[in-house]
Design a protein around this ligand. Structure first.
Ligand SMILES: Cc1cc2nc3c(=O)[nH]c(=O)nc-3n(C[C@H](O)[C@H](O)[C@H](O)COP(=O)(O)OP(=O)(O)OC[C@H]3O[C@@H](n4cnc5c(N)ncnc54)[C@H](O)[C@@H]3O)c2cc1C
Ligand code: SF4
Length: 338
């Protein structure tokens, strides 16, 4: 790990000033990703700006019946908040499917959005990587790519976004509220994370001098019919190979509204609004769910080792929608359709 300056900010304005003073600085919140990256020599900030004491730790009622989640609310507190469990159980379920209890206690809402990919080459500074060092190449395209993306890739990068929480936030249509030297702005969740294109090192639409202040959830009631299904190599403490956040509104057996977002398959949480629209008006059942899975996965491309994800994602979408249609509450772990 390289030498760095440490600065502790107590207001958002202080944090922005400290960030602006050194173009190679980084904010640190829970530190569960940034410190690892510094230890691996992937990140080399010259100043670390500690934002963990900023007053962004509240979960407040939004004007429209939604919730405003401070950027420093821990993943644990968010998952166990009574309002989140009652009104946004899909979010609670997704958070609890991720990491471990200890990590969730430390990890913050803002940090979770900005955690970096788990691509092996990205963490290995002995190999090229377009995301870590632009222009050096992407060994994953022809190399070890079992955990890599099948949707929205480019020949420059096939990495996935690793978050569980963000898959639920994408399905729920959240908004990211940020502040910077030129003021505050809102970024719709679908526009926050980017596809790799020719610049995989640019992962979000957040500017380097901006800070995430909160994540806003619009009022939505998918409490009765939702599921977060996470498929991974072992039952706990593993990133998703494929995950699905599914939420439905039903009138009798007919779908009146649908939300479907996928994790582990793309550079960003993958939400397909045209597929959601195609489900509306159809009977909630395996035939409709299979058709929507085929629509979502039509553009999917498998590589040497990750082709299995296409079939896995198809089954996961069908199962998640079936589970959501069957109703909740349901087990965090056992997602079999009874
Ligand atoms: C062993 C292990 C297993 C894990 N398993 C999972 C899993 O299964 N699912 C999952 O979703 N996650 C998993 N995680 C990732 C974990 O959830 C993230 O590391 C965590 O959410 C990051 O939050 P943090 O507050 O610690 O971020 P930090 O490490 O402090 O920061 C991460 C990045 O965000 C930036 N940042 C932080 N806050 C802000 C802000 N408010 N504004 C602007 N920039 C900011 C930092 O500068 C840094 O670049 C795992 C992590 C580990 C170590
Ligand atoms: S997939 Fe992306 S992160 Fe992984 S080696 Fe290729 S460029 Fe780097």
């Amino acid at each position: 790990m390289n030498r760095f300056e440490y600065v502790r900010a107590t207001t958002v304005a202080d944090a922005l000033r400290a960030k602006a003073a050194d173009s190679r600085s980084r904010f640190i919140a829970g530190g569960t990703n940034l410190l690892d990256l510094m230890k691996y020599d992937v990140e080399r900030p010259t100043t670390v700006v500690d934002i963990s004491r900023l007053p962004l730790t509240d979960i407040e009622e939004g004007a429209d019946g939604g919730l405003r989640i401070g950027a420093l609310v821990s993943n644990s507190r968010l998952a166990y908040d009574e309002r989140v469990q009652a009104r946004f159980p899909l979010l609670s379920s997704a958070i609890l499917a991720g990491a471990s209890a200890q990590l969730r206690n430390a990890a913050s809402t803002g940090g979770n959005l900005l955690q970096r990919t788990r691509c092996y080459y990205f963490y290995d500074t002995g190999t090229p990587c377009n995301k870590r060092e632009p222009g050096t190449g992407c060994p994953a395209v022809e190399g070890v790519n079992r955990i890599h993306a099948i949707l929205g890739t480019s020949d420059k990068c096939i990495a996935t976004h690793p978050s569980d929480m963000c898959v639920a936030l994408a399905a729920l249509g959240a908004t990211v509220h940020v502040e910077g030297p030129s003021g505050a702005r809102d970024i719709p969740f679908a526009e926050f994370h980017r596809l790799p294109g020719d610049t995989p090192q640019v992962e979000t639409t957040l500017k380097s001098d901006e800070i995430i202040v909160s994540v806003d959830l619009p009022a939505q009631d998918y409490g009765a019919h939702h599921t977060y299904l996470k498929l991974r190599d072992r039952q706990s403490y593993a990133f998703a190979l494929v995950s699905v956040a599914a939420a439905l509104k039903l009138d009798g057996g007919t779908v009146t509204e649908a939300r479907i977002a996928l994790g582990g398959v793309a550079h960003k949480p993958w939400r397909d609004e045209s597929a959601e629209a195609a489900l509306v008006g159809r009977t909630a059942g395996v035939d409709s769910f299979a058709a929507v899975a085929d629509q979502i996965l039509a553009p999917a491309v498998g590589r040497s080792e990750n082709g299995f994800k296409i079939g896995l994602a198809r089954k996961a979408i069908i199962r998640a929608l079936s589970q959501a249609a069957a109703g909740t509450p349901q087990s965090q772990v056992d997602k079999r359709v009874q």
